[in-house]
Design a protein around this ligand. Sequence first.
Ligand code: ADP
Ligand code: MG
Length: 506
Amino acid sequence: MLAKALSSAVVGLDSELVEVEVHIDYGKSTVAMVGLPDPAVAEAKERVRAAIRNSGFDFPSRRLTINLAPADLRKEGSAYDLAIAIAILSANGVVKDEHVRNRLFLGELAFEGVVRPTSGMLPMASVAPTNGIREVFCPTANASEAALVAGIEVVPVDSLSQLVGHLQGFLTIPAHEAESANSHELVSYESDMSEIRGQEHVKRALEVAAAGSHNVLLTGPPGAGKTLLARAMPSILPAMTPTEALDVTRVYSVSGLLPSDTPLVRQRPFRSPHYTVSHAGLVGGGNTPRPGEISLAHRGVLFLDEMPEFASHSLEALRQPMEDGMVTISRASGSLTFPAKFMMIGAMNPCPCGYFSDPGRECTCSPSSIVRYQKRLSGPLLDRIDINVEVPRVAYEKLTSVIMPEGSADIRERVQRARERQLERFSDTSQTCNADMGPAQVREYCTVEPAAQALLRQAMTQLHLSARAFHRTLKLARTIADLAGEAVITSTHVAEAIQYRPRQSV
Ligand SMILES: Nc1ncnc2c1ncn2[C@@H]1O[C@H](COP(=O)(O)OP(=O)(O)O)[C@@H](O)[C@H]1O
Ligand SMILES: [Mg+2]
């Protein structure tokens, strides 16, 4: 007797259809399983066998061959259990093949027959529409996540016996009802720009950064408010487009970081890994490659506080993703790519003691130690940072002033308008912000008025701008013009953009 059931395997952030084939033969009672990595086979066998028995069905006591195809596909995780169990019960005659065919079964089984949630449900369920499958059975806790896939019916399953009852027609599990997509919940932010006194020029720089997704480096003495300012960033970021939200959700799904009640990530990510983070933790990798912090920050912010303290090889590994918007992880069985279009915010002291260039307190560092400290951020890395701002200590008068600074909601509204101009500009592409522009688009969209051209030429020679830095400055000027609601980039916009380039400080 031969029976089949369909499942799905996560590959990077995508997935492939997996066909489970069960063959029951006369012969000694054995179970052979092919197509799963070795350590997973024994566990899967035990879980499925126990779940079938504990759900009140017979486990065939004959020769059983279970094949997961395609064989060369590396299948990780335990989400195939449900399909394996259903294929066995179909081969056994408990459920009819016509009720199994053309349906997708996803979920891990516990010994007692309960269906347990797994990570990666969104990408796994995505194979259904592309393979002409309409119905997806998945763990109840993952149902709203699977339902993010358009064009499928999601049936939430609690246990194997319940699923079998449904397939046999004894009971009906109601399909998952998708929540209305435009349920506009109010987001609350941890901190607000109005709590931060002074530092108007830093807030302006962060506004520009948020509008076009440009990289920022904040430099200043301890206690100046660098961490405070960076942590207020989420409150001024523009809303994500539906496509961006789904892309981000895929990363969190595969990483097992999605809460089951609110499966769609609606807020832009803000990740702030500590400087002791491992290389794999930052850029991604590991035995079973997982997205790193840079991918968890996709379409959002990667905040590197105390940036010179990060391992230099980790910082250097950021360069390629900062350019390409993705990271490639090589391993023996081929390479995987994860998306990594993030806005980087770095924060650092100007020197080891922290008080270099502070007018109120003397720096105790030797010139050579200052140079060594600043050199920890390499030239090529600094070249990718569009906005460099100094964060001085706030004067007492400002800290105690009764005048309330502008709140995040007002800033966010300007940022949002500037981002909408960009979305319109790039409506024919998958790009969403100025920072994503390639050289051809810079040529097309970053037209500067003649007076501004002279200014650019001067900056090129005086600041020794690389071709990359030149393009980055133009993109930044585009964002500044977008914030001002102007189509043509003027000298004012260019001047502000140039002012954000790093200056030699020592
Ligand atoms: N501009 C500011 N307005 C209000 N409070 C501030 C400001 N700057 C610093 N603080 C206070 O000082 C604390 C330390 O700031 P922090 O952001 O950690 O400084 P840094 O990261 O630059 O060393 C903050 O938690 C806050 O209480
Ligand atoms: Mg700090």
